[in-house]
Design a binder for this molecule. Structure first.
Ligand code: ZN
Length: 264
């Protein structure tokens, strides 16, 4: 299973997952058909399906055009508002594309029909991949447009938080390291995804709502209240003007780290 990361729309990513024995491919959040078609051609693969995390235009707006270009293309998602949707999926549903297997993980909150996709190949040395849409970011989580802090807490702890909490020293050397890394990648015009869930547990405050420093920062102890406060701090944070390249700033959630580091 090979995952091509394709940056789109200056602040976002879409993905092409390739089944290497059959050269079939599955796109995740096919927002910009032109870019996707270039990669499909270059990789010499056949697009079989699109998995859409949610209906927002920066994730789903390419669906109609691709469905016209590829008759019979299957478009999966959990929300009727997703363009060209052919297969509505539900939580826990499994799909397979050749050797590639997918488990659908329903994570309503950013939108009421948000689905994450966990993908792997049996008997493969490749790590499984989680396509988390606008639920979980590198170092952040999505805005609560159509849901509550309670829902996001469930999403992050029970649905996506399947790996054990890490016990590494929390006083966030990890945050500083990741920030330095992201600035470097940003300067070199390289993507700041992917990350690993393991890493996210080490520095993403939205996944660390039971950690003492995060609770101290928010002045709350109840995990849902910690999460609600973090999100509202993030929503009110203005991006620093001196950052020259806005591209990776949105993909990498700088905003939360700024006040988080300053306040300590
Ligand atoms: Zn969105």
């Amino acid at each position: 299973m090979k995952v091509k990361v394709i940056s789109v729309l200056e602040d976002n990513y879409m993905y092409l997952v390739i089944e290497e024995s059959t050269r079939d491919a599955v796109a995740v959040d096919a927002a910009v058909p032109k870019r996707l078609l270039e990669i499909i051609r270059k990789e010499d693969v056949v697009l079989r399906a699109i998995l859409t995390t949610h209906h927002h235009w920066d994730h789903a707006r390419g669906n109609e055009e691709l469905a016209q270009l590829f008759p019979g293309l299957r478009v999966f998602g959990a929300d009727e508002r997703i363009g060209a949707l052919t297969h509505k999926v539900t939580h826990g549903q499994e799909l397979s594309f050749g050797a590639i297997r997918v488990r659908c993980l329903f994570t309503p909150c950013h939108t009421s029909g948000h689905m994450c996709y966990f993908m792997w190949e049996d008997d493969s040395p490749d790590a499984p991949a989680l396509f988390s849409g606008d639920t979980l970011f590198v170092g952040g989580c999505g805005q609560f447009f159509e849901g509550t802090a309670e829902q996001m807490h469930t999403n992050l702890t029970q649905i996506l938080g399947t790996l054990p909490e890490d016990t590494v020293e929390p006083e966030n050397e990890m945050v500083k390291e990741k920030l330095a890394w992201a600035r470097q990648r940003d300067d070199e015009d390289l993507p700041t995804v992917p990350s690993t869930l393991h890493e996210e547990f080490l520095y993403n405050p939205f996944l660390r709502v039971t950690e003492e420093p995060v609770q101290r920062f928010t002045g709350r102890t109840d995990p849902v209240e910690v999460l609600r406060t973090l999100r509202s701090e993030r929503d009110n944070f203005k991006k620093p003007k001196e950052r020259p390249n806005p591209q990776a700033m949105l993909a990498f959630d700088w905003g939360l780290f700024g006040p988080f580091l300053e306040k300590k």
